[in-house]
Design a protein around this ligand. Structure first.
Ligand SMILES: O=P(O)(O)OC[C@H]1O[C@H](OP(=O)(O)OP(=O)(O)O)[C@H](O)[C@@H]1O
Ligand SMILES: O=c1cc[nH]c(=O)[nH]1
Ligand SMILES: [Mg+2]
Length: 212
């Protein structure tokens, strides 16, 4: 399973800004969408094309279009919503499959509370989006669901990945490629990525405890 760490200068710069503890919710949100768009650009580089005939201004000609059924974007709620518009800015026709998973703060086990997948998954590429790949429990559970529904082509886009999470996805689903803006150092004793971004869901939704 290849892991693609996208070291493009724009990605490095934006991620550097996102790591600032004093970044406003507004700016954090905007940058999450921008980095998501850049990851989407990289993750779509090798999509297969097929020829199609069109009427051009000077007559009929053959152009190319992306082959196959429409892609499905799979945000893992909540925090994955923070990357969704960034992906859709480049793939506006994509279908959205929503998965709701919350990690138990004590046990770190992933608990699924929503599964709304689009149809014909056996014929679609699925792009899972979630800002954080920590223990990997949420990502592995999402891939399990997609595969159970027949999906065979799956890629994961995450802003920050811990080596522990990469290892978990790699051993459970070696066929799934991961695209990330950074492979960080490790998880702390509470299961948070170091240096990471903190709690991505709270930063995107403005629900930090200290904000009341
Ligand atoms: O790799 P894991 O150890 O499973 O952790 C990563 C998950 O934790 C966060 O979500 P959280 O459970 O906090 O839910 P939220 O998006 O609703 O805040 C994050 O957005 C991932 O989904
Ligand atoms: O560092 C982490 C780990 C899990 N979830 C987050 O939001 N951040
Ligand atoms: Mg959270």
């Amino acid at each position: 399973m290849p892991v693609h760490e996208i070291r493009h200068p724009l990605v490095r710069h934006k991620l550097g800004l996102m790591r600032r503890a004093d970044l406003s919710t507004k700016n954090f949100r905007e940058m999450a969408q921008e980095v998501a768009a850049l990851l989407t650009y990289e993750a779509s580089k090798d999509l297969p094309l097929e020829p199609t005939k069109i009427d051009g201004w000077a007559g009929e000609l053959e152009v190319e279009k992306i082959a196959g059924k429409k892609i499905t974007v799979v945000p893992i709620l909540r925090a994955g919503i923070g990357m969704l518009d960034g992906v859709l800015s480049l793939i506006p026709g994509a279908k959205v499959s929503a998965i709701g998973i919350a990690r138990n703060e004590e046990t770190l086990q992933a608990h699924t509370y929503l599964e709304r997948l689009v149809g014909q998954l056996d014929q679609r590429l699925a792009l899972i989006v979630d800002p954080m790949l920590a223990t990997g429990g949420s990502m592995v559970a999402t891939i399990d669901m997609l595969k159970k529904a027949g999906c065979r082509h799956i890629r994961a886009l995450v802003l920050v990945a811990a080596p522990e999470g990469i290892g978990a996805v790699e051993s459970a689903h070696p066929d799934v490629d991961i695209y990330t803006a950074s492979i960080d150092s490790h998880l702390n004793e509470d299961g948070y990525i170091i240096p990471g971004l903190g709690d991505a869901g709270d930063r995107i939704f403005g629900t930090r405890q200290k904000d009341g």
